[in-house]
Design a protein around this ligand. Sequence first.
Ligand SMILES: Cc1cc2nc3c(=O)[nH]c(=O)nc-3n(C[C@H](O)[C@H](O)[C@H](O)COP(=O)(O)O)c2cc1C
Length: 181
Amino acid sequence: MSFPLLDEWLPANHDQERPQMILSTVSGNGVPDARTVLLTEFDSEGLYFHTDSRSRKVADITGNPAVALTFLWPGFTRQLVVQGRAEVASVPELAAAFETRSPYLQQLAWQNSSEFAQLDLDERRSQWAAFQPPAGAPSTWTGFLVRPTRLTFWGSNQDAASRREEFNLDGGDWVSSYLPG
Ligand SMILES: Cc1cc2nc3c(=O)[nH]c(=O)nc-3n(C[C@H](O)[C@H](O)[C@H](O)COP(=O)(O)O)c2cc1C
């Protein structure tokens, strides 16, 4: 998969400022859900995000790997929607992705438990301050590669109608078309 627009629109993987995207899932029972996650990186296979294996999103994806990712640019100038199928990322990718997380997000991955969430703020502060980070990622650290089946690039214009450029995977080939905005 190679899309010049993806390279043009998204920051490079080494850029510390990671884009936010809305990850939409549908549970095995057909119940939709959505939440914000960070795009960790993207490559010729697809787009990656990382999370906690005990989370709802992971339960949804386990029951139904179809997902959508929605990016919105400041000032509503651009929108990118990616539809695809999520699969657990490779072990080396998971380990490397953890290393790219900030110290805060690494600690969050260790302390992001349901038990921790029940504590009051003073107790959460004191346990946070006392935490000694172990080496590497917790066993609950996981991540997904979203292999796109459709990408839709929406662009606005000050002096012309907005327009979408869409790429659909059709029998192994990418087919592009222009759609109204
Ligand atoms: C700006 C922003 C970025 C976030 N990034 C992530 C992320 O990269 N991974 C993650 O698991 N949760 C992230 N979250 C938290 C999720 O939105 C969500 O609350 C959490 O993952 C639980 O979701 P779930 O219960 O639907 O699985 C982020 C939240 C915000 C507001």
